[in-house]
Write a protein that binds this ligand. Structure first.
Ligand SMILES: Nc1ncnc2c1ncn2[C@@H]1O[C@H](COP(=O)(O)OP(=O)(O)OP(=O)(O)O)[C@@H](O)[C@H]1O
Ligand SMILES: C[C@@](O)(CCO)CC(=O)[O-]
Ligand SMILES: [Mg+2]
Length: 305
């Protein structure tokens, strides 16, 4: 049996815009998905979503990994069992974490010799195939850990702040939201393209603010980024309520993380305000998760093969 795990992520800046090659800043966070794998007679995939074989309805991402790896290196069967602390379909990169941890598990079981760059790159091609169109951000950050600027793939200083996430518990599909933005951009290119490019500029400015540890300005620009995400139609009542409540309770900045349309928001928070902001998120109907950045990307946790 082999166990590999990979982290969730939040965007400080740049979701959606990053799909159009604009800049983004992503942090890997200390919430993980673990994938156990062992040889078996046939293919079994077990998760909180159900127990299946190759099944693109229930396990599209894992099924795609199983088939892609089989083409690279044929094997008879495997049993894959997934345990995850990352809420599914909530903007924290649950799809990227499960893809990257599954590739890493196969890499060790079948001794494929893939390095982290190739795990991230195969992960990206699978996100693209299943999601329709996808940036490399989620899979790259889940593979490498830390705080990373996309598309340059540079490690930045980790923010020395807390991240308080608020989950609306409203399920959203990243593929559908990416398609919604694509459709707006096709209908109103002269309006939507500059919004996406302004998000990219906020992200680039965010890089130097992170470097200088100017968290007040960083938070202010995250709020600007949120306004632009509202403009492209990826927020919703529940998210806006959590975002405004955490700002009122003293967050340095607060915005959607990930695809939006439900799922999670993230607040940048100084030590003194963690409790007040967690309470504000709860009172506004959300589930708070206090977390921080992890440098630990995908890794092998157990291997007795
Ligand atoms: N623990 C898991 N076990 C099996 N499949 C999972 C698991 N977590 C995520 N998935 C797969 O990923 C899909 C959700 O991916 P989606 O990209 O829509 O949301 P997300 O990755 O959580 O959010 P975002 O992409 O906005 O960060 C699920 O429908 C499921 O197919
Ligand atoms: C919405 C999006 O930008 C982030 C999802 O976590 C999609 C992507 O980058 O593939
Ligand atoms: Mg995803």
């Amino acid at each position: 049996m082999i166990t590999c795990s990979a982290p969730a992520k939040v965007y400080l800046f740049g979701e959606h815009a990053v799909v159009y090659n604009e800049s983004a800043i992503c942090c890997a966070i200390s919430i993980r998905t673990r994938v156990n794998i062992e040889y078996s007679e046939n293919i079994v995939i077990n998760s909180s979503l159900g127990t299946t074989g190759i099944d693109y309805e229930i396990h599209p991402y894992v099924s795609a990994v199983v088939e892609k790896i089989r083409k690279k290196s044929p094997y008879r069967g495997v049993s894959i069992s997934i345990e995850s602390d990352i809420p599914v379909g909530s903007g924290l990169g649950s799809s990227a974490a499960v893809v990257v941890a599954t590739i890493c598990a196969f890499n060790n079981l079948l001794k494929l010799g893939m390095d982290k760059e190739s795990i991230a790159s195969l992960g990206h091609s699978i996100e693209k195939e299943i999601q329709g169109s996808a940036s490399a951000a989620d899979t790259y950050v889940s593979t490498m850990g830390g705080t990373i600027s996309i598309p340059m793939r540079q490690h930045l200083k980790n923010p020395r702040c807390n991240l308080v996430i608020g989950n609306t518990n409203v399920f959203s599909s990243t593929g559908q939201l990416v398609a919604k933005v694509a459709s707006l951009k096709t209908i109103y290119p002269e309006v939507i393209t500059p919004i996406l490019s302004t998000i990219g500029k906020a992200s680039l400015r965010g890089e130097s603010l992170l470097e200088n540890e100017d968290y007040r300005a960083l938070g202010e620009l995250m709020d600007v980024n949120q306004g632009l995400l509202e403009a492209i139609g990826v927020s919703c009542n529940e998210l806006s309520r959590l975002i405004h409540s955490s700002r009122a309770a003293g967050a340095l900045g607060a915005k959607i993380t990930g695809a939006g349309g439900g799922g999670c928001m993230v607040a940048l928070v100084g030590n003194e305000n963690i409790d007040a902001i967690s309470r504000a998120i709860k009172n506004a109907g959300g589930v708070p998760i206090v977390t921080g950045v992890t440098d630990s990307g995908v890794r092998v946790d157990f291997d007795n093969e």
